[in-house]
Ligand binder design. Sequence first.
Ligand code: SF4
Length: 363
Amino acid sequence: MDTAIDGPTVPARYWQTLPDGRLQCDLCPRLCHLHEGQRGLCFVRARRDDAMVLTTYGRSSGFCIDPIEKKPLNHFLPGTPVFSFGTAGCNLTCKFCQNWDISKAREVEKLNAPAGPRQIAQAARQLDCRSVAFTYNDPVIFLEYAVDTARACRELGLKTVAVTAGYITPAARSEFFDAIDAANVDLKSFNDGFYRALCGARLADILDTIAWIKAQGRVWLELTTLLIPGENDSDAEIDALSRWVKAELGPDVPLHFSAFHPDWRMRDKPPTPPATLTRARSIARGNGLHHVYTGNVHDPEGGSTCCHACGTRLIGRDWYELSDWRLDATGACTTCGTPLAGVFAPTPGTWGRRRQPVRFAAG
Ligand code: SF4
């Protein structure tokens, strides 16, 4: 495997020189210590010429227009198209990774879609997207590219979305989350042993990021928990997780329970039965969460949004297709007037379930 740092790079932020001469990356809690020529665990941040650099700025693994519900975000401009991209690498080591072809990519030079921040923002606007998403791999590790792109999007009136595991240091998270408008953060488990053994991370750091995002109040926040049979799907764990969400974040932060498919280094587990997702949803709703969804399965009831006050189905969903829409122009229930938490346009988007790959012209 060629790991030489010989491609284009940009200066990276959030690092320091240690007394022993190594550089410490302060972007994520892993705090990699690097000698000259070494890459961090995420592979895309590295030490070159006594400074930290990012090796994936302006280079993507590909662009696609997705439904915003696919991120998943159910309370952020429903029905609208989101211009989505990722790069390569990841700062977690999840054995069950569902995007491993991108997150484990080591051949950064094969990132085949060069595009700068302004080019991305302009393309998204020309293609009538309402937002741009940093997704497919964790955008924390390409912070400089994501932040510049988010700023370019804001100049053109576009929102931005981060799909992330939330593994970022307090030092870096202000800059990162100040730049974006909505986030779906993976809360992969409520068990620190799970995070350490299967993801190479620590639960406390993730909870800290999530609570901080909510307390700041600037970014629309939704959470996703991928339920893996026998690993994180017990009643007790789902109960503890949803109680924490209610107590620390309040009842209106949407929680998505999604289905696992055997992949990467976890092929010995079966796919998540739909009944597990329904059970988890029932426990979390029983603990007082207003908006709990099932994902990666066909479940119109578990995918729809209801008014927590009167029970009216406000937004019906069948996969990523919207059916019912019973919100007024201010985002309130048309039956009882209770506002729905989230970010809503006066009318729903009409993008549907389509996925549309986008190619930039070379050069
Ligand atoms: S962002 Fe990458 S280089 Fe920096 S600490 Fe995390 S894994 Fe290591």
